[in-house]
Design a protein. Structure first.
Length: 330
């Protein structure tokens, strides 16, 4: 039993003065109703995940915290820890606060964390913001490889599903969410969390998704900022470009990518052929960012991200992959 008191870096679990004993904390688009931050109880969130690597044992856990001031005021982030040697001499091996909201203003909270057999760590969570940008309660995730700089989630951010509605009834949210490792390969992560498809008082739904962390070394990417309601009015932003697609060999999956930026928000339309009706993993910079029906098309929201992004799609059943296409967003 872990009974030691371990020193940790300071953090504040109270999001704001109105959240000291209230669930009404996280803002949503189109409503004044706020939802539960799960921080005022000052407790780690489900679950405390254990793994024995033979030469060492590890526990990982997380908690919703006040990350500090973002562009629109105080934002929620997620403090996470890895504890080594829990049975004899427990120490905090690494800890960090995942808080891209300090830059993009989006609240991230109600997390769940797990570690696979390679020592990779994945963190799933809810994300929402009422304005600048507007993000309906959504299901996101981030990750890191073993050996990456301690306390950092280095592999960018992906979306299991972008919400399209807000919860207008009870502020209660979650209790709780869970990420686990697939026992068949001991590397793939499965995550379950809630979202709202249509603004309503009781219309929340659950979404289950899986993702793998491709490659033996990390490919750091900026954190995505999905937007649930792109604006149709164009602005005079630089035009993103896609590199030409090489001529495929017979039987190869052919992928094209078409980026489009409006009001500072970039969305990439991906199309491929042939499409066999199964499911397809979409990789951005070697990280799976979504799993989608193999119907020949999907879209990836980059939000305000800029830079060079390499896309590829791979069939989930056969592992066959397309050519790689680079998209440059200036």
């Amino acid at each position: 039993m872990l009974t030691n008191t371990l020193p940790t870096q300071p953090f504040n679990s109270i999001l704001s003065s109105t959240c000291t004993s209230s669930r009404a904390c996280i803002p949503q688009p189109g409503t004044t109703n706020k939802i539960d931050h799960l921080g005022y109880r000052q407790r780690p969130l489900f679950r405390l995940a254990y793994r024995n690597f033979g030469d060492h044992e590890s526990l990982v856990t997380n908690q919703s915290v006040n990350a500090g001031n973002g562009p629109n005021g105080v934002v929620s982030g997620i403090r996470w820890w890895e504890i080594r040697s829990p049975n004899n001499n427990p120490v905090i091996f690494q800890e960090g606060t995942y808080a891209p909201g300090l830059t993009d203003g989006i609240h991230r909270w109600m997390g769940s964390i797990a570690m696979n057999s390679l020592g990779d760590i994945a963190l799933g969570f809810s994300a929402s913001n009422n304005t600048n940008p507007s993000v309906f309660p959504s299901v996101f995730y981030t990750a890191r490889h073993a050996g990456d700089p301690p306390g950092q989630m280095t592999l960018g951010e992906g979306s299991i599903i972008n919400g399209t509605g807000s919860q207008t009834g009870s502020p209660r949210w979650g209790d709780y969410t869970a990420i686990v490792v697939d026992p068949t390969d001991d590397t793939t992560f499965w995550y379950i969390n809630q979202y709202v498809p249509t603004t309503s008082s009781i219309g929340w739904r659950l979404r289950i998704g899986a993702f793998a962390i491709a490659g033996a070394t990390p490919t750091p990417t900026p954190t995505a900022t999905p937007t649930a309601t792109p604006t149709a009015t164009p602005t005079a932003t630089p035009t993103p470009t896609a590199t030409p697609t090489p001529t495929p060999t017979p039987g190869q999956i052919t992928l094209t990518a078409r980026p489009r930026t409006r009001q500072g928000q970039t969305q990439v339309t991906l199309r491929w052929s042939p499409a066999d009706g199964g499911t397809m993993n979409v990789l951005r910079n070697n990280v799976i960012v979504q799993t989608t029906p193999d119907d020949g098309k999907t879209k990836d929201n980059l939000g305000t991200m800029t830079g060079t992004f390499t896309y590829q799609v791979c069939e989930t059943d056969t592992g066959d992959c397309s050519n790689q296409v680079q998209v440059i967003v200036p």
